[in-house]
Design a protein around this ligand. Structure first.
Ligand code: SF4
Length: 405
């Protein structure tokens, strides 16, 4: 069942093997932080980003040694490489010569119409798409002045003018971004861009800062737009290891159901007076053990068997504590009861089997007495703590008695 609005219809462009827009899966981008001239260092980061979920990686191409580095990086990269051209149009030709699969131009930085047209014409000859990357912080001064600041209309006008230059030379292989560090501004700008253009949109909140605040800003901006059907490729801009950007992008898309789960999704209850273990410690241990194995499962760690298996029945797999035991469940059904100290190991072992054999086979392999044992533990816990672990009813009684004395 599709619960989100349909994705906005756009044209499609291709960066190497990766399609963007026109119904293609929303892609994740990130950017290297190494000097592009450092070929081995940059490639190591590109591989790390691809492993973390990046579909496309951008590298700076700000000087000739960077362009030379790109010539060596592109053929060995597992994902398409986009060159970010800063202020020098010559670097665009050098990057195209190096074989990059995409260019990013900032209309606020490269301003000469003739140069922009020449770059577009050469990119067109080579079949390389260009992102018009407008940034609220580096708007063309004339546009800034005309609109009285970096407004959504100003950002979109900047993109429209650049697009006009491209169209003059018959170049249409374009995606557009209208980024800002203000989340409300970028949301409004992208909504306007979505109404104005039929080109794919690259979403991002610029200079979002370090996590966790940067992650929240990125998620608020990018997530809001994606939930409205706007956006074809995304980048978190974090002041952090770029691997975190790629991971966050991938996770956001999986969370919204826009990409299939590739890695672990660990959920855990917030814990309460009923918890039978230190849920935070168990969840962290389980996450560390499972993440290493990169299993595409949703795993639940629940503090008690009274409510845990039911509350987490939508998870592929989970474990709930109770009476010094771990109650392992698959889609809410108890399949095995294990000693508490073996909870994490058993959870990991079951996750591996679940991925290898499938849900039906693992449900069929359930221990015969597991459901009954879990039900007995549940009953015993309810008897021990009563149905009201915080003794609220007794407290309410006492309050009432005092009030009516
Ligand atoms: Fe509390 Fe149990 Fe629910 Fe966790 S699963 S929040 S411990 S009732």
């Amino acid at each position: 069942m599709d619960l989100l609005p349909p994705r906005r219809a756009t044209r499609q462009i291709r960066l190497g093997e990766v399609a963007v827009g026109g119904g293609a899966p929303v892609s994740v981008q990130s950017m290297t932080t190494t000097r592009t001239a450092d070929v081995e260092g940059t490639l190591a980061q590109v591989y790390a980003l691809a492993a973390a979920g990046a579909d496309i990686v951008r590298c700076t191409c700000n000087e000739e040694p960077a362009a030379e580095g790109l010539a060596r990086i592109v053929p060995r990269s597992p994902v398409p490489i986009v060159a970010d051209i800063h202020f020098h149009h010559e670097m665009a030709y050098a990057a195209l010569e190096a074989g990059v699969q995409g260019l990013r131009l900032n209309p606020g930085n490269l301003r000469k119409e003739s140069e922009i047209k020449q770059i577009a014409a050469e990119a067109g000859d080579r079949g390389v798409p260009i992102r018009i990357g407008v940034n609220a912080g580096s708007l063309h001064p004339d546009i800034y002045k005309k609109h009285g600041g970096a407004t959504p209309e100003a950002l979109v006008e900047s993109a429209r003018i650049e697009l006009g230059y491209f169209e003059d030379v018959g170049f249409e292989d374009v995606k557009i971004s209208v980024k800002a560090s203000s989340v409300p501004l970028m949301i409004a700008a992208y909504r306007l861009a979505a109404d104005t253009f039929d080109h794919p949109l690259h979403l991002g909140v610029t200079e979002a800062g370090p996590p966790p605040a940067g992650l929240l800003k990125g998620t608020a901006g990018i997530g809001t737009l994606l939930a409205e059907g706007i956006g074809d490729t995304i980048r978190y801009s974090l002041t952090a290891d770029p691997v975190e950007e790629a991971r966050a992008g991938r996770r956001l898309l999986e969370t919204l159901g826009l990409r299939e789960r590739k890695g672990l999704d660990l959920i855990a209850c917030p814990s309460c007076g009923r918890a039978q273990v230190d849920v935070i410690a168990v969840a962290k241990a389980a996450e560390a053990a499972l993440e290493d194995r990169n299993l595409p499962v949703q795993v639940a760690v629940m503090g008690c068997v009274v409510n845990g298996p039911g509350e987490a029945r939508s998870a592929d797999l989970g474990i709930a504590a109770g009476r010094h035991k771990g109650h392992l469940f698959i889609q809410g059904k108890i399949v095995r009861v294990v000693p508490e100290e073996a909870m994490v190991d058993e959870l990991v072992a079951e996750a591996e089997k679940l991925v290898a054999e499938g849900v039906a086979a693992r449900l069929a392999a359930a221990d015969a007495g597991a459901e009954a044992e879990a039900e007995a533990d549940r009953r015993a816990l309810l008897d021990e703590k009563g149905a009201d672990p915080n003794a609220s009813e007794a407290k309410i009684d006492r309050i009432r008695r005092r009030q009516h004395q």
